[in-house]
Design a binder for this molecule. Structure first.
Ligand code: SF4
Length: 49
């Protein structure tokens, strides 16, 4: 998988500000069409235990 830098360190898949998940799913956020990065979200996010 490509290197994915992610600052969401609260996610269980985050390791040293990088994503360690084998794959991620990114979806629209709040609309059916995204025009800015703010209108996307990582659906694979999982809170740390
Ligand atoms: S799963 Fe998503 S939120 Fe979690 S570290 Fe990877 S890119 Fe970031």
């Amino acid at each position: 998988m490509a290197n994915i830098k992610c600052s969401v360190t609260e996610c269980a898949y985050n390791s040293n500000v990088m994503c360690d998940a084998p794959m991620i799913q990114v979806n629209h956020c709040g609309s059916e069409e995204s025009n800015t990065s703010e209108e996307t979200q990582c659906d694979t996010f999982k809170p740390k235990q």
